[in-house]
Design a binder for this molecule. Structure first.
Ligand code: ATP
Length: 229
């Protein structure tokens, strides 16, 4: 049984339809790259998984349960952790307070997050607003881990960061894959970096999933056709 299954998802923003049929599945411990050009529906698909947007048709199953009618705070309780695009943290709370505010019982606590991102421990009494972009991204990942999810969703986690900081983030993601049983759903523009961690890929075009296979089958013909590279 898959950990997450989306089947025939359609979704609207007001009168405007954004998803026209998204299917995907993700196994425990698997890393899935969700790919597609800008505006094709990746973030909208993530919003449906996290229950921030309700699908108009189709089903969302997580850990064997239909979560298609859950409120968003219940999705987190069910085990879905989100690192949102734009890294939203509480700017006027310290690093430590940001992490504690997200905590739910489980193996991930402040100590373990600090071990993954030592920089957060060094900055633990600093306001989140005073962190660099890369540190804020580490904090956003740390916050999601503190909810002790079974599925961690990373939406453009390396966007806008300096190359050296990107490397730190990718190294942390690689450790999560190697050392935990977390399932990861990753949206990122860097095919090269994705190729180092992703087991499978799903490509979305104009609100539809149009290609799904193991990542190593993602040949030049496919990337050229659907991703323009
Ligand atoms: P990007 O890589 O640019 O973030 P994406 O693949 O994540 O792109 P989405 O953000 O899911 O794409 O957008 C899918 C479609 O839904 C686009 O046509 C977009 O303009 C539209 N859309 C996204 N958010 C909203 C919103 N809040 N209200 C109305 N339309 C929206």
């Amino acid at each position: 049984m898959s950990l997450l299954t989306l089947s025939g998802i359609e979704a609207f923003y007001g009168p405007s339809q954004a998803l026209f049929g998204v299917d995907l599945s993700l196994e425990e411990g698997e890393v899935l790259a969700l790919m597609g050009r800008n505006g094709m529906g990746k973030t909208t698909t993530i919003k449906v998984i996290c229950r921030m947007l309700r699908q108009s048709s189709g089903s969302v199953t997580f850990d064997g349960k239909d979560i298609g009618a859950l409120a968003s705070h219940k999705a987190a309780q069910a085990g879905v952790g989100l690192v949102p695009e734009g890294r939203r943290c509480f700017p006027n709370l310290t690093v430590h307070e940001n992490l504690i505010a997200a905590a739910r019982p489980g193996e991930w606590d402040f100590k373990r997050v600090a071990e993954l991102f030592p920089r957060l421990e060094e900055r633990s009494d600093q306001m989140a607003a005073s962190l660099s972009g890369g540190e804020q991204q580490m904090l956003a990942i740390g916050r999601a881990l503190m909810t002790n999810p079974r599925l961690l969703i990373l939406d453009e986690a390396t966007e806008g960061l300096a190359p050296v900081v990107r490397q730190d983030i990718w190294a942390a993601i690689a450790r999560l894959k190697a050392e935990t049983s977390l399932a990861l759903l990753v949206v990122d523009k860097s095919i090269r970096e994705l190729s180092t961690i992703a087991d499978r890929a799903v490509i979305i075009e104009r609100g539809r999933s149009v290609w799904a296979d193991s990542f190593d089958k993602l040949g030049h013909d496919v990337t050229e056709r659907y991703l323009g590279v």
